[in-house]
Design a protein around this ligand. Structure first.
Ligand code: CU
Length: 304
């Protein structure tokens, strides 16, 4: 009898260790399911996702392996219709299975909030100031990773359906968002007409753009390469064409691009929404459906 109990505990222990190790391994895999980490903020988000995946895997494997174990090794013999051990009214059990989910929820909430706060400090500082007076000091006293580096200021104008980027210092306008890597970037997001959403999956950053409001949005790109900016808020007929290239390059290449673009005469940018709209109005079959005409294609130094 005693041996049996020890064996049971050993089985439980081995199972728990196996489930824990497997969950940790699955959690590590979560990193490879996501786009490259192109901004400092993406590391925070990926850690959070990995944590959630680990936790989810642990619960899933814990429940299913217990079930499988019971089904395989403790199956009732044929014609055995007796009840299992009565657990109704077991206070200890009820306290345990109420407390564990509550603690888990607090753990997830606490960790998520912490990431949100760190993103706020690294990201849209305005929002942090509005919602979270506690983080105000840390948002200002943050020279640790700001390194007193100059912040790149870029104006972003969203309209139906185009992104226009303006670099105020050199007065360059572009339909491609060029960013220096390892430098803090501050975007002033504005919308000319309706709600749009600034979303770069490789940065794990998303910010709604609200008409009649300039929103400051800060982050730090860290990985040179070409990424995609998409609109995350449905903004009308040609919403799907509202995309732009994001080029992260070394600060030297970035300066060179700026200087080169500044010498170019402004020209009309290619605009997919405008050309698709022109196409439909020349079609022989008219549906009669009214569409919002796209805003005029932007005049830019660098059409991308
Ligand atoms: Cu849009």
């Amino acid at each position: 009898m005693k041996i049996e109990k020890i064996l049971n505990i050993l089985t439980l222990l081995t199972g728990a260790i196996a489930v824990t190790l497997t969950s940790l391994w699955i959690g590590k895999q979560a990193y490879s399911w996501l786009p490259p980490q192109a901004a400092a903020e993406s590391q925070l988000i990926d850690d959070l996702i990995s944590f959630l995946v680990t936790l989810g895997a642990f619960i899933f494997l814990g429940v299913t392996s217990t079930l499988m174990y019971s089904v395989i090794f403790h199956r009732a013999v044929k014609d055995d219709f007796t009840d299992g051990p009565p657990i109704h009214g077991n206070v200890t059990l009820e306290v345990v299975w109420t407390a564990i989910p509550i603690l888990l929820v607090f753990w997830i909430a606490g960790y998520s909030y912490q990431v949100y706060e760190q993103m706020g400090i690294q990201g849209p500082s305005e929002l942090v100031h509005l919602h979270n007076p506690l983080a105000m000091q840390s948002a200002h006293a943050e020279p640790a990773n700001a390194l007193a580096e100059p912040v790149e200021k870029i104006d972003v104008l969203a309209k139906q359906w185009a992104w226009v980027f303006h670099y105020p210092e050199t007065d360059v306008t572009s339909t491609e968002l060029h960013l220096p890597s390892d430098r803090r970037v501050r975007l002033a997001l504005r919308s000319q007409d309706v709600l749009h959403g600034f979303y770069i999956p490789a940065f794990r950053l998303k910010q709604d753009i609200i008409p009649n409001q300039a929103l400051d949005f800060e982050f730090t790109p860290i990985r040179p390469g070409q990424y995609r900016l998409t609109d995350s808020q449905y903004s009308g007929t040609y919403f799907a064409t509202m995309q732009a290239n994001v080029v992260v390059e070394s600060p030297e290449d970035y300066q060179q691009w700026l200087a080169q673009a500044a010498t170019q005469k402004p020209s009309l940018a290619n605009n997919q929404a405008a050309s698709e709209y022109a196409q439909t109005s020349h079609q022989s079959v008219q549906t009669g459906w009214v569409t919002v005409p796209p805003a005029a294609p932007p005049l830019v130094n660098s059409p991308g």
